[in-house]
Design a protein around this ligand. Structure first.
Ligand code: PEP
Ligand code: MG
Length: 820
């Protein structure tokens, strides 16, 4: 227990704002020799990443854990502001309890504070008292040893049937930060959560209640849960306690000053899907009404119309696929291939034709058949299969539009930029939108990996998903603020809120601009570790763009680009010219050339490869190279020749076995000797679970590893990366994938090899932090991500990212990792 003395109390203070209040409160602790002045700045920094307002007029500012060495001796000061200080919007503070805590000596005082918190009269009395002794007495009087008023009973008979006992592992007991982490996790579950510490029981979803337990370091806790997800809640909470409840670490984005919005308007809360702030008129997304005749006289004519409409729709889908692929990559475009497949469904076509024969128009018959099937699919128990009903309706409308007698209402063309609100947006809907006219997107349904979320992120449009049906009832044209970072939509905000939102928008722009300006600075963490940030490219011109965007080299050249959209393979010379043009553009920066990775979803018509039942498990990647030395050897020759013009490394794709690697290496060495070329590093992609498990053996034959998280995720989770509904779930942040990467890094480190990651996860801010924490040395990503990821890495310490990675490895689902 620490002593609160008169010297640490200041009465009748005044401050214009929170910053001044913290400086006054902090200076008391500096004057009393408890901490160095730098810790006051640390307290101010913490306010940017956490809210220290405890409730009922009390705030507890404290510094960042990394600055603990600035604390000389644990101490607390209390500053009274009788006129109040605005802490955040709607929060007025009268007592500022500044904390400089080296360990857990302040826990008991904190518990007393929460008692005061329950009692507004006491707070008002202490906010006005002219006697420091009143404050000392109220905050230091011994509490009764029995239960505290938590709203939960302390009687053992009322404990829940399901519980788990754990001991606190952090250095400082269950104080504000770890208790907040506990509450955050508990709130993710529907079950009631209680925590018993000796004779007291707290509500596990209430910060105040938990603080009242007064649990100091190494205290034993009984975590209890009751409800539909009680087991999962207990597992997650126990794991979090065992991992120290963030006690030594900051939140992973602590140093990254993404603007935060605290507004007064009522918020409709959804799931944050794409960051940024949008302000503008709300517009409901409506699909046009398609009018078709019920009957038709000429069945043969209707049959022809049906065939023509299906053929045209297929053509549209193919064009859409290519367009989206060029803009957002193959995985995003794959959905349109799947839509094409629906149109080949003989049942659907047969059912329509039967209705036409029975005297209906092609349009009516098609709509009827699609609706029936969509209804069947929607009523399935499996949530993933259910989602295919949306795709079926989407492709159904595409054909129906072509069969329409009239289209009522033009969809999705807006006179002014809008915040678009929809139940959900289908891939075809988003493909038709003009991004320049969309300020933000808010959908009632969907999740963070839904199509809408992915598209919004790739277009850099702030978005919220899963906001519930309330958003669908907002007035058309009403002004709204959309906070894509917090996941809130604020309908009809006041002037004050609008001013704050505009300010946040400026901060976002400034942040992006700052990232852009700093894009050439290396990604050195706050504790001095460098992570190499390089780019993935698929074309000669992109090498130059990558350098201009701050990339420190090329971590993955997808050499397929040279082989696609042509009638025959490129010659050795043609390849040499392309590769050496890149080394010139890179001007000394490294270039990793991946040898041809064809097969699976990547087709090359002129190679006449036999159709495969299961192409993702067939002859693709290195298997094809080994089978086709007419392709492999000229490519290797071109690469070795280009290596004389700059620092080039070779990388083999889809290695699954040691034999494949050795065979490929043997051919490469033959080619090198033939040319009399210099030795270059040869690495492999880790994309197949067997490669992870054999990493120690593979490391003996490879100079480096680069993890292809796109393929690794699909093979680890057995979810096709282009599957219309599964692809959403194939999240590289799944703990199963993270554990695979962890194993890879450990095996490589033991063998003295470095590991990079060149799958999509490297360009995801949270993914990048976790990968750095797992020990990945090089992150290779699409060009637009380079500046932002470098900036995020520079704002973190490696120690924090390691702690984040550790927690991510202990999670049970990708959603849990994303919520960290
Ligand atoms: C990967 O699989 O993660 C990868 C980078 O390779 P590609 O996406 O080209 O298959
Ligand atoms: Mg791959």
């Amino acid at each position: 227990m620490i002593h609160l003395t008169q010297g640490n109390i200041r009465l009748n203070a005044q401050a214009r704002d929170k910053t001044e209040a913290i400086r006054i409160a902090g200076s008391l602790l500096v004057d009393s020799g408890n901490m160095q002045p730098g810790y006051v700045d640390s307290m101010l920094l913490r306010e940017k990443v956490a809210n220290t307002y405890l409730g009922n007029g009390i705030a507890i500012p404290h510094g960042l854990p990394k600055d603990r060495e600035l604390i000389i001796q644990t101490g607390i000061s209390v500053t009274q502001f009788p006129d109040g200080v605005q802490w955040n919007q709607g929060e007025t503070v009268y007592l500022v309890v500044a904390i400089a805590a080296r360990s857990d000596e302040h826990i008991e005082l904190l518990a007393n504070l929460t008692d005061v918190l329950d009692d507004p009269e006491t707070v008002q009395r202490l906010a006005r008292t002219s006697e420091p002794a009143d404050i000392i007495e109220r905050l230091t009087q011994p509490r009764d040893g029995g239960s505290v008023n938590t709203g939960a009973p302390a009687d053992a008979a009322d404990d829940f049937a399901k519980w788990v006992d754990v001991a606190l592992t952090g250095p400082a007991g269950l104080h504000a930060r770890p208790a907040t982490a506990f509450v955050d996790i508990a709130k993710r579950f529907q079950s009631e959560v209680r925590v018993r510490h000796i004779s007291k029981v707290a509500n596990g979803k209430s910060l105040v209640s938990l603080l009242k337990l007064g649990a100091d370091k190494q205290a034993s806790l009984r975590i209890m849960a009751r409800g539909v997800d009680e087991d999962a809640a207990l597992d997650a909470l126990a794991a979090a306690v065992r991992h120290g409840l963030e006690d030594e670490t900051e939140a992973p984005t602590a140093g990254f000053a993404a603007p935060t919005l605290t507004l007064q308007a009522r918020a409709i809360a959804g799931i944050a899907a794409s960051p940024g702030v949008a302000i503008g008129p709300l517009r409901h997304f409506r699909r046009e009404r398609i009018v078709v005749a019920v009957t038709a006289n000429d069945a043969a004519h209707e049959q022809t119309r049906l065939q023509q409409a299906i053929a045209t729709a297929k053509l549209q889908l193919r064009e859409l696929h290519d367009e989206v692929k060029a803009r957002s990559g193959g995985a995003r475009a794959a959905i349109f291939r799947a839509h094409e497949e629906f149109l080949d469904d003989p049942d659907l076509v047969d059912a329509t034709q039967r209705l036409i024969v029975a005297g209906h128009s092609a349009g009516w018959a098609w709509r009827q058949s699609v609706d029936e099937r969509a209804l069947e699919v929607a009523s399935l128990d499996d949530a993933l299969l259910k989602e295919r009903a949306v795709d079926l309706q989407d492709v159904g409308r595409r054909v129906l539009r072509l069969l329409a007698d009239t289209l009522e209402e033009e969809p999705a063309s807006f006179a002014v930029p809008v915040i678009l609100v929809a139940e959900d947006l289908s891939p075809s809907d988003t493909a038709r939108l003009d991004p320049a006219m969309i300020l933000g997107i808010c959908t009632a349904g969907g999740g963070p990996t839904s199509h809408t979320a992915i598209i919004a992120r790739s277009l850099d449009i702030p978005a919220i998903v899963g906001a519930g049906p309330a958003v669908l009832h907002q007035a058309e044209g009403s002004l709204c603020i959309l906070d894509g970072d917090a996941g809130n939509l604020y309908p009809e905000p006041g002037d004050g809120d609008l001013a704050l939102a505009r300010q946040a928008q400026h901060e976002w722009q400034a942040l992006r601009e700052a990232e852009r300006l700093a894009c050439y600075q290396p990604a050195i963490t706050t504790d001095g570790h460098r992570i190499e940030v390089v780019a993935n490219i698929g074309g000669a011109a992109e090498a130059e763009q990558a350098v201009a965007a701050g990339a420190e080299g090329i971590g993955l050249l997808r050499s397929e680009f040279l082989f696609l959209q042509r009638a025959e393979p490129p010659s050795e010379d043609e390849q040499f010219i392309a590769y050496s043009a890149m080394t010139r553009a890179l001007n000394g920066l490294p270039l990793i050339i991946r040898t041809l990775d064809i097969g699976g979803d990547k087709e090359v018509p002129y190679l006449s490869l036999p159709a495969e039942e299961n192409p993702f498990l067939g002859v693709r990647g290195i298997r094809l190279c080994l089978a086709r030395s007419d392709l492999f050897r000229p490519q290797l020759r071109a690469i070795y020749r280009a290596a004389a013009t700059g620092p080039v490394k070779i990388m083999f794709p889809m290695i699954a076995t040691v034999e494949e690697l050795c065979a490929a290496r043997t051919i490469a060495e033959e080619v090198r000797v033939e040319l009399g070329a210099a030795v270059v590093d040869i690495g492999i992609m880790i994309e197949v679970p067997s490669a992870v498990l054999m990493a120690p053996e593979l490391a003996a034959h490879a100079d480096f590893f680069s993890v292809g998280t796109n393929d690794l995720t699909q093979y680890v989770l057995a979810m096709d990366r282009g599957h219309p509904s599964l692809a959403r779930q194939a999240d590289a942040l799944h703990p199963a994938v993270l554990r695979m990467i962890d194993m890879t890094v450990k095996a490589a480190t033991a063998a003295g090899r470095w590991v990079g990651v060149c799958g999509g996860m490297a360009g995801d801010p949270k993914g990048a932090m976790i990968l750095a924490g797992l020990g990945v040395a090089e992150l290779s990503m699409s060009i637009p991500s380079v500046a932002a990821i470098k900036s995020r890495l520079r704002a973190q310490s490696l120690a924090d990212m390691q702690a984040l990675a550790k927690r991510a490895l202990a999670c049970q689902s990708a959603a849990e990792v994303r919520a960290l």
